[in-house]
Design a protein around this ligand. Structure first.
Ligand code: FES
Length: 608
């Protein structure tokens, strides 16, 4: 009702401004539309849901269609025996309604997506394949749809599998190839759709391999069965009695009805063609209208600027300008990898829709962060900084701990270094050196992770690890001490294993300090990782260097034992040392052999 009472310009503006966000009206005093879905600003997410649900219904239809061909590996008769069970769900009234509604909705939304997409040029290979296979389905499907579903639903024919296979393999092999084509196209299209949907889920890694295997094995089995059943049916056609009997069972159409089926096929094809033909002019018209409305400037932190039409999202602006911008979900507002910090011009952006808010909340984004694919600036100049490198993956969009975005925390930092490794590597072949270092990193890395630490980085033959970033500092300090003990134990085992290869055993120096540090994900591209910076990190590194002066395996600062709530026992020598960069001397404890740490500090084993 509301739409009808408004003038054309107002109505158009609502639709135009919120094309991607549903219909909450931005920059306008007009109330939102009364329809619940539009009012919630969630129209686009409803569209996505309809596309997903209708796609899943169609995919289950295709999957069931592969059951019978798969059974063709056993026999044509078995294939025919299961037919009623496979068809039953789709022959009831609700089943038919669901099937035809899903087909229409999915197709209509595919046309809409084609119209809506501004750039086809930078589509990824997977999207191109999905689209190509998707649009190949209707023309290939029309004949099958008309000769089976329409013939059975409207004209009460009962095409049996022996008869269908006989047609495909003996009388009309072109139809057989078309049927094969449509099944494969639908299968690939559906699998790609499911892949694009599920790969954003945090548990995708666990199900990926079984799903890939199923996606390959299931159609292969069905294809083999299809061929085997086809051969069986072709052999049966040599018998004229069989043909006569089968025709009686299937039923036949008069010339008028055949004509009607052909006409139905013709009109379905023409309708498809019509939509495909009108979309490019409609897109052109939209482009012209947007250009007349005005331009928007998007400025990036690297000095680049994209001047775009109104109605174009920030992500689309990046694409038009050729600025690499992460967008794992292809601009569907699901992955969050396109997120940007809005440095200026936030007032020109629409309020985030419910769907966008949900995604931003999931990644605990700051208040000035928006999804570039969901932001359509209304006018003016908007300055943004993309927050993820173009190489971001779906993992970057998962629920992430808050500290990854940068936070000052109380943590324990561990540094370790191999003593005399330069000399050790001098008379070795590069291959041997790399082999030895990798064995060492493997042992130490496992020790740190088993103790509950985060491996930060390997620097040359040095190691840096953080403790307490996802638990309390006391626990972190205890884990750091436990890690030092494990590292010492593992080094002893490694020396034992390599005793014939080493002139002298490997020696290690470890420094641990606890205190405040800035923790967050830092770096560039694939080199982005969780790390820490600050005085605590520098001090831990200095303590590790000091182990050389003491000839000790471990030096741990007094603050580590204090925070860990383990009293420095008498057996642990204490000292005060001056650390470069600190005015005050630092209380430290020197441990000659870290492998006996829990004997010296029995409290360390309490949590194990
Ligand atoms: S591209 Fe995935 S949320 Fe924007």
């Amino acid at each position: 009702m509301y739409l009808v009472t408004k003038n054309f310009q107002g109505l158009f503006r609502i639709f135009y401004t919120d094309r991607d966000h549903g219909f909450a009206s931005f920059g306008s005093s007009r109330p939102p539309l009364s329809w619940r879905v539009f009012k919630s600003g969630n129209c686009w997410s409803v569209i996505r849901r309809v596309r997903l649900i209708s796609g899943l219904i169609l995919f289950s239809y295709v999957t069931m269609h592969l059951v019978a061909p798969a059974l063709g590996n056993v026999s044509l008769a078995l294939m025919e025996q299961v037919r009623p069970f496979m068809q039953a769900p789709w022959e009831t009234l609700p089943g038919q309604g669901l099937l035809y509604a899903s087909m229409s909705a999915h197709l209509a939304l595919a046309f809409y997506a084609l119209y809506r997409r501004r750039r086809w040029r930078n589509m990824r290979a997977g999207e191109v394949f999905q689209l190509a296979f998707g649009f190949a389905i209707p023309p290939l499907l029309v004949l099958h749809l008309v000769s089976t579903r329409v013939a059975s639903d409207v004209f009460a024919l009962d095409p049996t599998y022996p008869w269908i296979m006989a047609i495909f393999f003996e009388f009309d092999t072109l139809s057989g190839l078309r049927q094969l084509g449509v099944l494969l196209a639908a299968w690939v299209h559906g699998c790609l759709g499911i892949y694009f949907w599920l790969r954003l889920k945090p548990w995708w890694g666990r199900v990926r391999q079984p799903l890939f295997a199923a996606a390959l094995v299931w159609p292969t089995v069905a294809l083999l069965g299809f061929y085997s059943a086809g051969q069986e049916a072709a052999a049966l056609t040599k018998n004229p009695d069989w043909i006569k009997k089968t025709l009686q069972q299937v039923g036949s159409l008069g010339p008028d009805l055949v004509e009607m089926l052909k006409l139905t096929e013709f009109w379905i094809s023409i309708t498809m063609l019509f939509f495909l033909v009108v979309i490019p002019p409609l897109r052109f018209l939209r482009h012209r209208m947007e250009r007349r409305r005005g331009l928007v400037h998007i400025r990036y932190d690297n000095g680049k600027e994209a001047v775009i039409n109104q109605g174009v999202s920030i992500l689309e602006a990046s694409r038009e300008k050729g600025i690499p911008h992460a967008s794992v979900c292809g601009g569907r507002g699901r992955c969050s990898t396109c997120r940007v910090r809005v440095r200026a011009g936030g007032k020109f952006l629409p309020q985030p829709s419910e769907a966008e808010v949900k995604v931003l909340r999931r990644i605990r984004a700051a208040s000035d962060v928006r999804l570039a694919c969901q932001c359509i600036p209304a006018c003016g100049v908007v300055e943004v900084t993309p927050l993820l490198p173009p190489s971001a993956t779906a993992k970057d969009g998962h629920d992430r701990p808050e500290y990854l975005q940068g936070r000052e925390m109380e943590i324990a930092v561990l540094f370790a270094d191999l003593r005399g490794f330069t000399q050790l590597s001098e008379d070795r072949l590069p291959y041997d050196t790399v082999f030895l270092l990798n064995r060492y990193f493997d042992s130490m890395g496992r020790a740190i992770e088993e103790a509950g630490g985060h491996l930060d980085k390997f620097i040359g033959d040095g190691i840096m690890a953080l403790f307490g970033v996802d638990n309390d500092p006391a626990d972190g300090c205890r884990k750091a001490l436990r890690a030092a003990e494990l590292m010492s134990e593992r080094l002893a085992s490694l020396n034992q294993g390599l005793k014939n290869d080493l002139r002298q055993p490997l020696r290690i120096g470890i420094g641990i300090h606890a205190g405040a540090a800035i923790v967050g994900e830092m770096g560039y591209g694939r080199a982005t990782q969780l790390t820490a910076i600050g005085d605590t990190v520098n001090t831990a590194s200095r303590l590790e260097s000091k182990t050389k002066d003491y000839g000790a395996q471990l030096i741990v600062s007094g603050s580590v034992l204090g925070v860990a709530n383990v009293m420095p026992p008498d057996r642990l020598p204490a000292d005060e040392i001056t650390v470069r960069g600190r005015n005050e001397p630092l209380a430290v404890h020197v441990v000659m052999d870290a492998s006996v740490l829990s004997e010296i500090i029995p409290e360390l084993t309490d949590d194990l």
